[in-house]
Design a binder for this molecule. Structure first.
Ligand code: SF4
Length: 304
């Protein structure tokens, strides 16, 4: 339950399959987190799902609660797991409380059944795509090193056909950072994305995936290049797409400039209200800091 010293609300990104993924994107820092759990089964149990759902709802002092599913790849849990999740949310939801589900996926396993479910239950999907074929396929490959562009395009088509609300999540890496306008136009015109996030790849050059060491991989982007990427997009967006297309970075920058809470950790005065939870209930202070020195506890021993 919230206490006087706890924030009215906080956010948890849940990874029901931990770091397990059906892709092997070359810049992915999260795949290495599998090493944290050498004996792990990487599958959240139904008991834990129920505990978490109850605790998370009870700990929120606000009328709207967002469950965020991520990975690794959450579709690897299978659809029944999420049917159960929705059932439990309904069971523990307080009167008048609105529950939202945000679900981040690489799209590979999406089919009519998944998309029908997402539509019926009002899930908000974040689909990962890095731009047109050549840019996307540079780093976003499967475990056999095969490109994934066609499969993600198919997923985007299915989401549109089933009228599922979706955002695009685009990693900005050395492959696409000099192609801002091309990436933006592709997302707007081909994918028909109306909500875009552009996430800079800052990948430490180490074998753990932890935020340690001072060297970055060559796939990473420098601040100036990322800024140029955003400026190229902004110049197009501000001339023709304001009110039609939402670019997260522009929205939060505007909110901060106008003196409002931006809602994105890097723009806030302090961070720490967006945590990450692994498949076994281990809670970490941030999705980017799933590592031993940022371990907060396990929710089955210390409730949220
Ligand atoms: S789809 Fe996401 S979790 Fe999977 S390898 Fe790519 S970046 Fe990592």
């Amino acid at each position: 339950m919230p206490t006087l010293s706890s924030p009215p609300a906080f956010h948890v990104m849940v990874k029901p399959r931990g770091a397990i993924c059906n892709l092997a994107c070359q810049y992915c820092f999260y795949l290495k987190k599998e090493q944290l759990y050498p004996d792990g089964n990487f599958r959240m149990s139904e008991d834990l799902l129920e505990d978490y759902t109850r605790q998370y709802i009870e700990a929120q002092g606000v009328p709207e609660v967002t469950f965020a599913w991520q990975g690794g790849e959450p579709t690897l849990m299978g659809l029944d797991f999420f049917r159960k999740a929705v059932e439990l949310q309904e069971k523990y939801r307080l009167p008048g409380m609105k529950v939202i589900n945000a679900f981040q996926t690489n799209g590979i396993l999406l089919d009519a059944a998944w998309c029908g479910f997402f539509h019926d239950k009002g899930f908000l999907i974040g689909l990962s795509i890095d731009g047109p074929r050549g840019l996307h396929d540079t780093y976003r490959v499967d475990h056999g090193g095969q490109p994934t562009f066609e499969r993600v395009m198919r997923a985007a088509r299915l989401l549109r056909e089933h009228r599922v609300e979706f955002n695009t999540l685009t990693c900005v890496s050395a492959a696409n950072v000099t192609h801002g306008l091309e990436v933006y136009a592709f997302l707007r015109d081909e994918i028909q994305s109306r909500y875009m996030q552009f996430i800079p790849i800052i990948e430490r050059n180490n074998s753990t995936g932890f935020q340690t060491g001072i060297y970055l991989t060559q796939r990473s982007v420098a601040g100036g290049h990322y800024g140029r990427f955003l400026i190229d997009i902004f110049d197009e967006w501000v001339r023709r797409d304001v009110g039609q297309v939402y670019v997260q970075m522009f929205d939060v920058a505007l909110a901060a400039w106008a003196g409002q809470r931006p809602g994105l950790c890097v723009f806030e005065e302090t961070c720490g209200q967006a945590m990450a939870m692994e498949f076994n209930g281990d809670l970490y202070s941030c999705d980017h800091y799933v590592q031993p020195d940022c371990f907060l506890g396990n929710i089955q021993q210390t409730p949220l």
